[in-house]
Design a protein around this ligand. Structure first.
Ligand SMILES: Cc1ncc(C[n+]2csc(CCOP(=O)(O)OP(=O)(O)O)c2C)c(N)n1
Ligand SMILES: [Mg+2]
Length: 630
């Protein structure tokens, strides 16, 4: 027995005795009804003392051993009695380190925080959710993580054995099948009934979550299993921690793809969730340079250096229109790259040539379910290669080099100077567009983005979330950690907590994490500001405060125009003013340094510099910038 567990036991004995004494007198004085007493800690303390029951080595201690064995460093959670024993074991037995308990004010934020963390850390975080209600709160964020193919290790509290449940609330919060509401958008779940079963299922869950395509998983940590003593610990075997190796596409098909690409006159590479690391970006550059093929980075992940002459993300429409061969790399919506449906007229238009040849390296078909429509529209592909994009790149690069004749080589190198000119033209146009309305008040989004870049450009930086497109188009970015992509499912309420999670992962790497969050988006999860302050997570937040759900405002305007009505009332239900939200005060009330609202563009740079100084001393900071549109 370790010293820690002995200390904890003595503490528990003392705590139970004094709690019983105190609670006894309180119950006598207030005549608290029995159900209410059962809700709080009162009855728990009283019960333990009355029965004289002490548990030195609860099942939840072993559960902590299992979680530690996976290397999970944090558990983000809003507390709930269904996992009280596990929470207690994490803190007292585990020393609240690896995993450390992170206090969240909403389960949706716990999951979104884990989502952002996983993208920045390259490994999953744990979350705990309290029975039915906790999981119901968590669901939308789980859907976002699922759509984004990001791993989250979820633990749910539940008491499966009806014979042991306390009457009242515990029944409302217990469920026969906790994972049911999530099963359409999780990769796997289990409800272990023994500690050995728990150990094996957690290891399996971790492996499944991190096997590409990655995704969220759920393990129920049964409350009775956690609270009861461990029986026969010697018989428990901790399974070995193993991870699977991403699959490379079929060699013959890769050779075929290389031949098509080498022979193409106007090849284009479109990458979405292609890269997992800097190694992936390096390979992407190698492939693009070998072919002199322009690259469109859709941005599900950071796939290509934005300052490379072959990076042509903003020119996607024109490139797709001209292309004879397109290589898609883990693209979530292949159909949408070649076709469009106009809004609001719903008219179909093809964007590409009719005879364009399409190659798709993707594992998309291996992770799809029937109900939710994240699979996007069916796209017939000429050469669909079932494989992981990053793992297949080395073989594809070799195949491209082998397939190249001297004629091909001349042809391909002849494209370079034209492509360099096009890149320069595209960047000049982007800069000109971004500088429009430079001095207007409220601030233009181009000005906000450019000023933020100037503030952080001398540091290693990461844009965890952004409601503005400009950053990707304007900022020179070469590192995998620079841009983390979007929410996946576009469910609002992601930005605040996801940025906090990413900032936590970046905290010890010397990377300055920034976020540009919509005012509407932040209001879904303002409690994430408190979590950042409480856990001293350095994050530079800009609120892109257009005092509206602006996207929805534009939809309403579009509908009014379609119905031949004036647009003057489109702000009803879509604006967030009268009263205006004071985001600086909101943040300050939760211990976050903040300034704003700033509407004058000249005020942005000094405020961001002050905010950066706060972030560099290890704390979060928020600047509320009143800005135009989207
Ligand atoms: C959970 C959820 N509810 C509603 C929507 C619809 N929606 C899409 S964008 C948006 C506006 C978000 O406002 P804000 O973050 O301020 O961004 P803005 O459009 O103003 O740039 C809303 C409500 C959604 N995507 N998710
Ligand atoms: Mg807004």
């Amino acid at each position: 027995m370790s010293k820690d567990s002995f200390d904890r036991r003595s503490f528990l004995k003392g705590a139970a005795a004094s709690a019983a004494a105190m609670i006894g007198s309180q119950i006598a004085a207030t005549n608290t009804p029995p159900v209410q007493a059962a809700e709080g800690g009162a009855a728990a303390g009283e019960g333990a003392a009355a029965r004289g029951k002490m548990i030195g080595r609860p099942g939840s201690d072993y559960m902590v051993d299992v979680i530690k064995a996976t290397g999970i460093e944090y558990i983000a959670s809003n507390p709930g009695s269904s996992f009280r024993s596990l929470q207690e074991s994490i803190i007292y037995y585990g020393g609240n380190k690896k995993p450390e308990f992170l206090t969240c004010t909403h389960e949706e934020s716990s999951v979104a925080m884990a989502h952002g963390y996983a993208k920045a850390a390259g490994k999953p975080m744990g979350i705990m959710a309290h029975g039915t209600v906790g999981l119901q709160h968590a669901t939308m964020a789980v859907y976002n993580a699922w759509c984004d193919r990001v791993p989250v290790m979820m633990f749910a509290g539940n008491f499966l054995d009806a014979d042991k449940r306390r009457p009242g609330v515990e029944w409302y919060h217990c469920v026969q099948d906790p994972a049911l509401i999530l099963r359409d958008f999780t990769k796997w779940d289990d409800q272990p009934v023994s500690l050995q079963h728990f150990a094996e299922s957690v290891m399996r869950a971790y492996k499944i979550a991190t096997t590409v395509p990655m995704g969220p998983v759920l393990i129920t940590a049964d409350g009775d299993l956690a609270e009861e003593p461990i029986h026969d610990e010697k018989k428990l075997r901790m399974p070995k921690f193993t991870m699977s190796i991403p699959p490379q596409g079929d060699t013959g098909a890769v050779t075929e793809a290389a031949k098509l690409l080498v022979a193409a006159q106007n090849p284009v590479i479109v990458a979405d969730r292609a890269c997992r690391s800097q190694e992936g970006i390096k390979r992407m550059v190698e492939l693009a340079e070998a072919l002199n093929a322009p690259v469109v980075d859709i941005g599900g992940r950071m796939n290509f250096p934005t300052n490379h002459f072959l990076c042509r993300s903003e020119a996607k429409r024109g490139l797709i229109g001209q292309a004879d061969v397109v290589l898609l790399l883990e693209v979530a919506d292949p159909w949408g790259q070649f076709n469009t449906i106009s809004d609001p007229a719903h008219e179909y238009r093809r964007l590409s040539k009719a005879d364009v040849k399409v190659i798709h390296i993707s594992l998309g078909d291996t992770l799809t379910k029937a109900n939710y429509q994240d699979m996007q529209r069916f796209m017939p592909v000429d050469l669909p290669i079932n494989g992981d994009a990053q793992a297949t790149l080395p073989a594809l690069i070799d195949a491209v080099k082998s397939a190249m004749s001297s004629n091909n080589r001349v042809n391909i190198s002849g494209r370079a100077s034209h492509l360099r000119e096009e890149h320069k033209r595209m960047k000049d146009a982007t800069r000109a567009n971004a500088s429009q309305g430079w001095d207007v008040s409220p601030c233009s989004t181009g000005r906000v983005s450019a000023t933020l870049y100037n503030t952080i450009k001398n540091d290693k930086w990461c844009v965890a979330v952004s409601s503005m497109q400009w950053n990707k188009n304007l900022w020179p970015a070469t590192e995998y950690y620079n841009f983390l992509g979007g929410s996946g499912g576009a469910g609002q309420g992601y930005g605040g907590p996801a940025a906090v999670g990413a900032a936590l992962a970046n905290r010890d790497k010397g990377i300055v994490t920034v976020s540009i969050e919509g005012d509407g988006d932040l209001m879904y999860a303002p409690g994430s500001l408190w979590t950042a302050a409480h856990h001293k997570i350095p994050l530079l937040m800009i609120v892109h405060n257009n005092r509206a759900y602006h996207q929805e405002l534009m939809h309403l305007q579009k509908m009014a125009s379609l119905h031949n009505r004036r647009m003057d009332q489109a702000g009803i239900g879509t604006t967030i003013d009268n009263p205006n939200i004071d985001f600086a005060k909101l943040a300050q009330s939760m211990g976050v340094w903040a300034e704003g609202p700033i509407a004058e563009p000249n005020g942005i740079a000094p405020a961001l510099s002050r905010a950066l100084a706060v972030v560099k001393r290890g704390e979060p900071a928020l600047v509320d910038i009143v800005s135009q549109g989207r």
